[in-house]
Design a binder for this molecule. Structure first.
Ligand code: ZN
Length: 230
């Protein structure tokens, strides 16, 4: 087994990779950027001649950069954030949302009416209406917090899924390893433009990202497709 030398895209540190990783990506231990391991011919003619070590991503990539052409951060060079997404809160449950919004309005209107406007002020009905309003607000807050704990981060080199408020579970897939991008939408989700996005990796059998209730999953798929080999 030979070692392939390459320079990190971001910090220029010289990295060593076993040649069976050629064509795959490795993470820089210094800065965390991910770098494409070039084919074995990249080994320097004279050992120690650092100037002969190519950058992980050549300045002029062999294939046109589809991401850059579409106006997104280029696939080559240092890793850059592309987009961060959270699941939708209301469109994922349209009917319950309508009920909660109705409770919010009825509670607010009833509270004002029975405590301030009605000829016969009624403290009991005013309290019930206020409780209805508070319950609806709490439900919306819980939905919002739950949605913030789930996050899909797309960079120019990988997609990372983070889940959980206290114990964070992280799954990541390198774009160069993505074998399949799948969007699943029910008819209702297609109308409301939400759905599930699934990424499966060719490198690790069981590394899969599945995120439900994403906004505009077709658009997200198009962005991921710009960065993966097709
Ligand atoms: Zn680095």
């Amino acid at each position: 087994m030979h070692l392939i030398l390459l320079k990190c895209d971001r910090c220029d540190r010289v990295l060593e990779a076993p040649d069976d990783l050629a064509g795959r990506k490795i993470e820089c231990p210094a800065c965390g950027d991910v770098n494409l391991v070039p084919a074995a011919l990249a080994a320097p003619a004279q050992p120690g001649a650092l100037s002969a070590i190519p950058a992980a991503s050549p300045a002029k990539p062999a294939t046109p950069d589809r991401a850059a052409a579409a106006g997104y951060p280029p696939a080559a060079g240092p890793e850059q954030p592309v987009m961060t997404l959270h699941p939708v809160t209301f469109r994922s449950r349209p009917f319950v949302t309508l009920i909660v919004l109705a409770a919010l309005l009825v509670g607010a209107a009833g509270g004002v009416y029975f405590s301030l406007i009605a000829a016969q002020r009624d403290a009991v009905l005013a309290s019930i209406a206020s409780l209805l309003f508070i319950a609806a607000v709490l439900v919306i807050l819980v939905w919002k917090v739950a949605a913030r704990t789930e996050r899909l981060e797309i960079t120019s080199k990988r997609t990372v899924e983070r889940k959980g408020l206290l114990s964070r579970a992280t799954t990541e897939v390198l774009h160069s390893d993505i074998r399949n991008v799948q969007v699943t939408q029910t008819l209702g989700q297609r109308i409301l433009r939400t759905g599930s996005l699934g990424l499966s990796s060719a490198a690790q059998d069981d590394v899969e990202i599945i995120m439900h209730n994403l906004p505009n999953p077709q658009g997200v798929k198009r962005v991921v497709d710009l960065y993966r080999p097709l």
